[in-house]
Write a protein that binds this ligand. Structure first.
Ligand code: HEC
Length: 466
């Protein structure tokens, strides 16, 4: 209870934001185009070292798919250099195979050409071509580019609407929906001449908010390392974005996703950049994006920051200030890995660091509600499998129902069917979310009275005012 009371205090708004994550993230795959021969300089090194056997880079006519698509990642010089020298993942180190000059050349080549097919000046923008969606014949690379083209020409709204329509009937588009939405972000940013604010308000959260993530990803693409923190700090500081809470949250959250892609899944660096943001809400929304990108990569990239042998990782090693938000998502890492065996997931939660066992079970409750698509009986059933974590599961589930839709009467229904011993805490949980949405006492009381009466109402109001 202690942790919960403190949780329900100052950071409630931030928590509410972080909980929105359950609906806000997705994954996907990508493929490549045509091969050819590369010209001189860094491009020659790129060809000779056979980087293209593993990477896609349009400027080098390379279409490898073993490693990340460099046009998509758009790493800066320092990052390419570091990676080429040391290797990592399944990429070999080139330190002993290439001279310092060659390494420098190839790094500059990749950094300046990635994502553009051209030189320095085009670094921040998406390059449209004449590809059309209808002519792509299921080629996912082509489809992404074509959606980017549409967004660049007619604006993101047109492209997102089309994506929404097509994903209902086209399975290729459906399974690539998130990366396509990222590309619409790229095209949308170009449509608005790099103005994130304008591009933001013209977008939508379709396909796990991929568009918002893409906007931030492309805003950061190619930015030099020493300028990245500043770009991050100012990216969402725009009156148009700030005038709408949802957009502002999406922007900071998308920034977290973007920072992970920018740093090449260097989780600690990305988190440090989130810590540099102006306030708690900003920092928390951002680090939520970082953790979510870590759990389900937008591009199927491999992260070093998850482990098969410890499903609580990286929550158990991140700094204290990041633990809360990491543990609030951790069950989404655990459950798929244990085959959705809820009892097993509960065992993992019990292995959490002492102060965070309850938080893990709240995350478990969020997933219980999410998996049950907010069905009270089903969610209750999952919570019953949490053993001694049932109470926190119920709290997490109640909050998820409200978070998903603050008018959903199933919130009250859920709390009315849980074990008597947990009822009060459940209504308290409903209140914690309603409290973030209603500033004044009268509003809080009114919101709670839609779900509860008598003792339950008092508990809900109690939650709304902590
Ligand atoms: C045998 C396949 C292979 C070859 C050859 C290869 N790479 Fe890689 N590369 C990878 C893989 C796999 C990764 C992802 C590593 C990881 O998981 O950390 C990667 C990562 C990278 C990254 C980091 C991308 C990011 O997300 O930050 C860059 C940059 C890169 N490679 C550039 C190159 C360059 C330049 C060359 C040629 C000198 C090259 N690679 C050769 C497989 C390869």
């Amino acid at each position: 209870m202690e942790v919960v009371r403190s949780l329900a205090g100052s950071s409630v708004a931030a928590l509410a934001a972080v909980l929105l994550l359950s609906a806000g993230c997705g994954g996907g795959d990508e493929k490549a185009a045509e091969t050819g021969v590369a010209p001189a300089g860094g491009a020659k090194v790129f060809a000779d070292a056979n980087c293209g056997g593993c990477h896609t880079l349009q400027a080098a006519d390379a279409s490898g798919t073993v490693g990340p698509n460099l046009d998509e990642v758009r790493p800066n010089v320092d990052r390419v250099e570091r990676q080429v020298r040391k290797g990592g993942g399944s990429m070999p180190a080139f330190e002993d195979k290439l001279s310092d000059d060659q390494i420098r050349e190839v790094s500059e080549f990749v950094a300046t050409s990635a994502g553009s097919g051209e030189g320095e000046s085009k670094k921040f923008t998406f390059e449209p071509d004449d590809k059309k969606i209808d002519d792509c014949n299921g080629d996912t690379q082509c489809i992404q580019q074509a959606f980017g083209n549409l967004a660049s020409e007619d604006g993101p709204k047109a492209a997102l609407t089309k994506l929404d329509e097509m994903q209902k009937t086209d399975s290729t588009i459906q399974s690539n929906c998130h990366p396509i939405a990222h590309m619409i972000g790229a095209g949308g940013l170009r449509h608005f001449d790099g103005n994130v604010g304008k591009a933001f308000v013209a977008g939508s959260a379709t396909c796990g908010s991929g568009y918002y993530h893409g906007l931030l990803q492309w805003k950061l693409a190619g930015v030099e390392e020493d300028k990245a923190a500043e770009v991050a700090r100012t990216a969402c500081d725009d009156p148009e974005i700030k005038s709408n809470n949802f957009n502002y949250y999406q922007c900071q959250h998308g920034l977290g996703h973007g920072l992970m892609l920018y740093t090449g899944y260097e989780l600690p660096i990305a988190l440090t950049m989130c810590h540099g943001l102006s306030g708690e809400f900003e920092q928390v929304s951002c680090s939520g994006g970082v953790f979510m990108e870590n759990l389900s990569s937008s591009f199927g990239l491999k992260t070093r920051w998850i482990r098969k042998d410890n499903l609580l990782y990286p929550c158990n090693i991140v700094s204290r200030q990041d633990k809360l938000y990491c543990y609030l998502l951790v069950s989404s890492r655990i459950l798929p890995e244990v085959g959705w065996r809820w009892e097993k997931a509960a065992d993992w939660c019990r292995k959490s660091e002492k102060d965070f066992v309850d938080i893990c079970f709240q995350s478990y409750g969020r997933d219980a509600s999410g998996t049950a698509t907010q069905n009270p009986r089903q969610a209750k059933g999952y919570c019953a499998r949490a053993g001694n974590g049932e109470r926190e599961c119920i709290f997490g589930a109640a909050r998820d129902i409200m978070n998903n839709n603050s008018q959903d009467v199933r919130g009250g229904q859920f709390c009315s069917i849980v074990k008597r011993a947990h009822r009060s805490y459940c209504f308290f949980g409903l209140g914690t979310i309603l409290g973030t949405q209603n500033a004044d006492p009268a509003g809080k009381r009114e919101a709670c009275s839609k779900f509860a009466r008598g003792r339950d109402l008092a508990d809900c109001i109690d939650g709304a005012t902590t």
